[in-house]
Design a binder for this molecule. Structure first.
Ligand SMILES: Cc1cc2nc3c(=O)[nH]c(=O)nc-3n(C[C@H](O)[C@H](O)[C@H](O)COP(=O)(O)O)c2cc1C
Length: 212
Protein backbone atom coordinates (compact mmCIF):
# COMPACT_ATOMS: atom_id res chain seq x y z
CA UNK A 1 0.00 0.00 0.00
CA UNK A 2 1.36 3.41 -0.99
CA UNK A 3 0.88 6.33 1.39
CA UNK A 4 0.47 9.76 -0.20
CA UNK A 5 1.85 12.96 1.36
CA UNK A 6 1.76 16.63 0.40
CA UNK A 7 4.98 18.59 0.99
CA UNK A 8 3.61 20.28 4.14
CA UNK A 9 4.72 18.92 7.55
CA UNK A 10 1.95 17.52 9.76
CA UNK A 11 1.27 18.59 13.34
CA UNK A 12 2.10 15.17 14.84
CA UNK A 13 5.64 15.05 13.34
CA UNK A 14 8.26 15.11 16.13
CA UNK A 15 11.09 17.53 15.32
CA UNK A 16 14.51 16.06 16.13
CA UNK A 17 15.55 19.51 17.37
CA UNK A 18 13.71 22.87 17.59
CA UNK A 19 12.69 24.30 14.20
CA UNK A 20 14.26 21.37 12.34
CA UNK A 21 11.41 21.28 9.83
CA UNK A 22 11.68 25.01 9.23
CA UNK A 23 15.45 24.91 8.68
CA UNK A 24 15.37 21.63 6.70
CA UNK A 25 12.53 19.93 4.81
CA UNK A 26 10.78 17.19 6.82
CA UNK A 27 10.88 15.14 3.61
CA UNK A 28 14.64 14.76 4.00
CA UNK A 29 13.98 13.08 7.36
CA UNK A 30 11.12 10.94 6.05
CA UNK A 31 12.83 9.75 2.83
CA UNK A 32 16.43 9.19 4.04
CA UNK A 33 18.52 9.48 0.89
CA UNK A 34 22.09 8.97 2.15
CA UNK A 35 24.44 11.67 0.86
CA UNK A 36 28.21 11.13 0.64
CA UNK A 37 30.04 13.56 2.90
CA UNK A 38 33.14 15.48 1.84
CA UNK A 39 35.18 18.47 2.94
CA UNK A 40 34.98 21.58 0.77
CA UNK A 41 38.20 23.56 1.11
CA UNK A 42 38.39 27.21 0.09
CA UNK A 43 40.42 30.29 1.01
CA UNK A 44 39.05 33.01 3.27
CA UNK A 45 39.57 36.66 2.38
CA UNK A 46 42.42 36.79 4.96
CA UNK A 47 44.20 33.94 3.17
CA UNK A 48 43.46 31.30 5.83
CA UNK A 49 42.07 27.90 4.86
CA UNK A 50 38.36 27.16 5.28
CA UNK A 51 37.09 23.59 5.55
CA UNK A 52 33.36 22.80 5.43
CA UNK A 53 31.98 19.31 6.05
CA UNK A 54 29.25 19.03 3.45
CA UNK A 55 26.81 16.55 1.98
CA UNK A 56 24.22 18.28 -0.23
CA UNK A 57 25.98 17.51 -3.47
CA UNK A 58 26.32 15.23 -6.45
CA UNK A 59 28.56 14.69 -9.46
CA UNK A 60 27.72 14.42 -13.14
CA UNK A 61 29.48 14.49 -16.47
CA UNK A 62 30.10 13.19 -19.99
CA UNK A 63 33.13 13.00 -22.25
CA UNK A 64 32.94 16.81 -22.25
CA UNK A 65 33.92 16.89 -18.59
CA UNK A 66 32.97 16.01 -15.02
CA UNK A 67 31.23 18.52 -12.72
CA UNK A 68 30.29 18.92 -9.08
CA UNK A 69 26.88 20.32 -8.09
CA UNK A 70 26.45 21.56 -4.52
CA UNK A 71 23.84 23.39 -2.48
CA UNK A 72 25.26 25.78 0.12
CA UNK A 73 23.59 27.81 2.83
CA UNK A 74 23.79 31.55 2.10
CA UNK A 75 25.66 33.37 4.85
CA UNK A 76 28.19 30.56 5.42
CA UNK A 77 31.91 31.11 4.88
CA UNK A 78 32.13 28.58 2.04
CA UNK A 79 29.38 30.30 0.06
CA UNK A 80 31.12 33.69 0.42
CA UNK A 81 34.56 32.24 -0.41
CA UNK A 82 33.31 30.56 -3.59
CA UNK A 83 31.42 33.68 -4.73
CA UNK A 84 34.66 35.65 -4.30
CA UNK A 85 37.30 33.18 -5.56
CA UNK A 86 35.15 31.12 -7.99
CA UNK A 87 36.87 27.86 -7.03
CA UNK A 88 36.96 25.15 -4.37
CA UNK A 89 38.39 21.71 -3.67
CA UNK A 90 36.32 18.63 -2.72
CA UNK A 91 38.21 16.23 -0.45
CA UNK A 92 36.80 12.78 0.40
CA UNK A 93 37.50 11.80 4.03
CA UNK A 94 37.29 8.25 5.43
CA UNK A 95 35.19 7.11 8.40
CA UNK A 96 38.44 6.93 10.41
CA UNK A 97 38.76 10.71 9.90
CA UNK A 98 35.42 11.48 11.51
CA UNK A 99 37.00 13.31 14.49
CA UNK A 100 39.01 15.85 12.44
CA UNK A 101 35.93 16.37 10.23
CA UNK A 102 33.94 17.24 13.34
CA UNK A 103 36.74 19.61 14.34
CA UNK A 104 36.16 21.63 11.16
CA UNK A 105 32.66 22.45 12.43
CA UNK A 106 33.94 23.31 15.94
CA UNK A 107 36.86 25.49 14.71
CA UNK A 108 34.98 27.61 12.21
CA UNK A 109 36.19 31.13 13.08
CA UNK A 110 37.64 33.59 10.55
CA UNK A 111 41.01 33.39 12.33
CA UNK A 112 41.10 29.58 12.23
CA UNK A 113 43.23 27.80 9.67
CA UNK A 114 40.51 25.16 9.53
CA UNK A 115 42.61 22.42 7.90
CA UNK A 116 45.45 22.44 10.45
CA UNK A 117 43.23 23.39 13.41
CA UNK A 118 41.10 20.32 12.64
CA UNK A 119 44.18 18.06 12.73
CA UNK A 120 44.62 17.65 8.96
CA UNK A 121 47.56 18.76 6.78
CA UNK A 122 47.16 21.31 3.99
CA UNK A 123 48.85 20.71 0.63
CA UNK A 124 48.84 22.98 -2.43
CA UNK A 125 46.44 22.27 -5.27
CA UNK A 126 47.83 21.96 -8.81
CA UNK A 127 45.42 24.29 -10.66
CA UNK A 128 43.49 26.33 -8.09
CA UNK A 129 44.62 28.46 -5.11
CA UNK A 130 42.41 26.72 -2.52
CA UNK A 131 44.46 24.12 -0.63
CA UNK A 132 43.81 20.37 -0.62
CA UNK A 133 43.73 18.09 2.45
CA UNK A 134 46.77 15.81 2.25
CA UNK A 135 45.22 12.93 4.25
CA UNK A 136 42.16 12.54 1.99
CA UNK A 137 42.45 9.79 -0.63
CA UNK A 138 40.57 11.84 -3.25
CA UNK A 139 40.81 15.57 -3.94
CA UNK A 140 38.90 17.23 -6.80
CA UNK A 141 39.90 20.76 -7.79
CA UNK A 142 36.83 22.67 -9.04
CA UNK A 143 36.31 25.94 -10.91
CA UNK A 144 32.92 27.69 -10.77
CA UNK A 145 30.71 27.41 -13.87
CA UNK A 146 27.48 29.00 -12.57
CA UNK A 147 25.49 29.61 -9.41
CA UNK A 148 21.88 30.60 -8.62
CA UNK A 149 19.39 30.53 -5.73
CA UNK A 150 17.64 27.16 -5.29
CA UNK A 151 14.37 29.07 -5.86
CA UNK A 152 13.21 32.68 -5.44
CA UNK A 153 13.83 33.94 -1.85
CA UNK A 154 15.60 30.68 -0.97
CA UNK A 155 18.36 30.84 1.64
CA UNK A 156 20.28 28.24 -0.32
CA UNK A 157 22.42 28.65 -3.42
CA UNK A 158 23.27 26.01 -6.05
CA UNK A 159 26.85 25.95 -7.37
CA UNK A 160 28.09 24.03 -10.40
CA UNK A 161 31.79 23.65 -10.99
CA UNK A 162 34.03 21.88 -13.45
CA UNK A 163 36.48 19.40 -11.97
CA UNK A 164 39.73 20.57 -13.55
CA UNK A 165 42.21 18.34 -11.71
CA UNK A 166 42.06 15.27 -9.45
CA UNK A 167 44.55 13.81 -6.96
CA UNK A 168 43.99 10.11 -6.14
CA UNK A 169 45.96 8.29 -3.48
CA UNK A 170 47.38 5.05 -4.88
CA UNK A 171 45.38 3.12 -2.23
CA UNK A 172 42.17 4.29 -3.97
CA UNK A 173 43.37 3.20 -7.43
CA UNK A 174 42.54 -0.50 -7.13
CA UNK A 175 40.27 -1.93 -9.87
CA UNK A 176 38.60 -4.20 -7.29
CA UNK A 177 35.32 -2.42 -6.45
CA UNK A 178 34.99 -4.13 -3.05
CA UNK A 179 38.50 -3.08 -2.06
CA UNK A 180 37.93 0.39 -3.49
CA UNK A 181 34.89 0.95 -1.23
CA UNK A 182 36.82 -0.42 1.75
CA UNK A 183 39.74 1.92 1.09
CA UNK A 184 37.60 5.00 0.50
CA UNK A 185 35.35 4.21 3.49
CA UNK A 186 33.30 7.28 2.55
CA UNK A 187 30.93 8.53 5.25
CA UNK A 188 27.28 8.92 4.21
CA UNK A 189 25.06 11.40 6.01
CA UNK A 190 21.82 9.74 7.17
CA UNK A 191 19.69 12.37 8.87
CA UNK A 192 17.44 11.59 11.82
CA UNK A 193 14.67 9.29 10.58
CA UNK A 194 11.02 10.35 10.76
CA UNK A 195 8.14 7.84 10.54
CA UNK A 196 5.46 10.07 8.98
CA UNK A 197 2.68 7.73 10.19
CA UNK A 198 3.43 7.76 13.91
CA UNK A 199 5.39 11.03 13.80
CA UNK A 200 8.25 9.37 15.73
CA UNK A 201 11.81 10.56 14.92
CA UNK A 202 14.98 8.66 15.85
CA UNK A 203 18.63 9.75 15.59
CA UNK A 204 20.40 9.11 12.28
CA UNK A 205 24.15 8.96 11.87
CA UNK A 206 27.01 8.33 9.49
CA UNK A 207 26.80 5.20 7.34
CA UNK A 208 29.18 3.46 4.93
CA UNK A 209 28.51 1.56 1.69
CA UNK A 210 29.37 -2.12 1.32
CA UNK A 211 28.54 -4.68 -1.38
CA UNK A 212 26.10 -7.34 -0.07
C1 LIG B 1 27.84 15.30 8.47
C2 LIG B 1 27.62 16.76 8.16
C3 LIG B 1 27.13 17.13 6.94
C4 LIG B 1 26.89 18.47 6.65
N1 LIG B 1 26.39 18.79 5.44
C5 LIG B 1 26.12 20.08 5.15
C6 LIG B 1 25.55 20.44 3.91
O1 LIG B 1 25.31 19.59 3.05
N2 LIG B 1 25.29 21.76 3.67
C7 LIG B 1 25.55 22.72 4.59
O2 LIG B 1 25.28 23.91 4.32
N3 LIG B 1 26.09 22.42 5.79
C8 LIG B 1 26.37 21.13 6.10
N4 LIG B 1 26.89 20.81 7.32
C9 LIG B 1 27.17 21.87 8.28
C10 LIG B 1 28.49 22.57 7.98
O3 LIG B 1 29.56 21.64 7.98
C11 LIG B 1 28.78 23.63 9.04
O4 LIG B 1 27.70 24.51 9.12
C12 LIG B 1 30.06 24.38 8.73
O5 LIG B 1 30.52 24.94 9.92
C13 LIG B 1 29.89 25.49 7.71
O6 LIG B 1 31.18 25.99 7.44
P1 LIG B 1 31.48 27.37 6.69
O7 LIG B 1 30.71 28.45 7.43
O8 LIG B 1 32.96 27.50 6.85
O9 LIG B 1 31.04 27.22 5.29
C14 LIG B 1 27.14 19.46 7.62
C15 LIG B 1 27.64 19.09 8.86
C16 LIG B 1 27.87 17.76 9.13
C17 LIG B 1 28.37 17.40 10.51
Amino acid sequence: MKLEFSAEPQAHFQEPWPNAYAIFSWLEFAISIPYPTYLITTLKENGKANACWHSWGCFSGTGQGYSALMVLTEGGHTCANILRAKEWCINLPQLEQRAPCENTVAHNGLENDEITDAGFTAEPSRIIRSPRIAECLVAMECQLTWHRPLFEDSGQRVFAGRIVHVALDERACTADPRLRLEQLNTMYNVLDTLDPLSGETRPGGLGIVRFP
